[in-house]
Design a protein around this ligand. Sequence first.
Ligand SMILES: [Zn+2]
Length: 415
Amino acid sequence: MKPETLDILRCPYCGGRLELVTSSYHRRDADGIHDGILGCHCCVFPVVAGIPILHLQAGPSAAREQIEAGRPDRALRAMFGLEDDRQAAHFEALAASDTATYRELVEALGLTFEGGYFLYRFSDPTYVVAHAVVRAVAGSVLRDGGRAIDVCGGSGHLTRLLVELSSQAPVLADLYFSKIWLARRFTAPGCEPVCCDGNAPLPFARGAFRYAMCSDAFQYIWTKRQFVGEMTRLIDDGKAGAVVINHTHNQHVWCPSHGQPLTPEGYRDLFETLEPRLFGETGLLADLVKGGPLDLARRDSAETLDAEPALTIVASRRPDVFALHRLAPPPSEARGEFRVNPLYVLESDADPVGFRLRFPSEDYEQEYGACRQYLPDRVAIDRASLAELASGRLPSGLFDLARRRVIVDLPRKYY
Ligand SMILES: [Zn+2]
């Protein structure tokens, strides 16, 4: 972790500043603190592999004891939950390899992130809508500087976008150490990961950020009122920032991964000092499918919101947020690697090459089937274009397929 990150970290329980306990075992590297113990007025927290762990569950407590004993390797195993020595050795060998992929490391950890659907994350409708909303809102409020935080950001799929928009390294906060460790390595290089509990006060100073978001997780937070109060506190930097909650389920509409959602009125009532606007995701997705603009000036009616399976909440005092936002064109140079969307399987190995859309399971199709609105059943791509894609450039002939997410710009070594 960067030494200056200590300036924005606060203990979630006493609110005090955190300092490296130099009398305990610690290790520094080029990035700052690699392993060590942070202390405040009330307790101590470990830093493992450059990630501060600011909650007091069982894993962190074991990790802290290992750091104090001068065993950062065992602390790391504790945080990954690797109890079996053989599994741990296999994971560590992979982690030390430059060629290991995100997918291989997820599998070696025995994890099933996002129900195992992380591979398809960059084109699922939830992500596509959230990505456009984040680009529009964060792009507006961070135009003149300011920092972003992605709370409950998991393995950093949206944090990846914040890396481009935040003037200082965006913070990725999540309860799960493995996810943010993977994010820093693969999905969102350049982010500053912090391990913390969304059901506790957030471990950051007031006004440390101008943009705070939580995507696809809010329905699983029990302490929703505290969480919104905390998000609002984080962006209280004297400028008009924004709090964004993407994809939170609606109590009125049942879904398989329901969590403990509120009704639209319930969500509105959580905000005391900022007035939120709620959007149905169906309308936002329709804007994107037709090529934009994304209309955040719309006012969805109570009837519309009540019937929506998932809602987007945007709270800000900036009028330029609640406007029409032109969609950014696909990048002509890959940030990671251009690949044909992994939802497509090879159908014909001629020239052009034929691909067919195939869902990994019925469950996937049930949850994310709305992607059929932009992913065609079949596509054909000529070999010369595929070769150009592999070299990191988007041929102009594939622009529309990239816009429709048939071609995706994935993190390097994703799978
Ligand atoms: Zn404390």
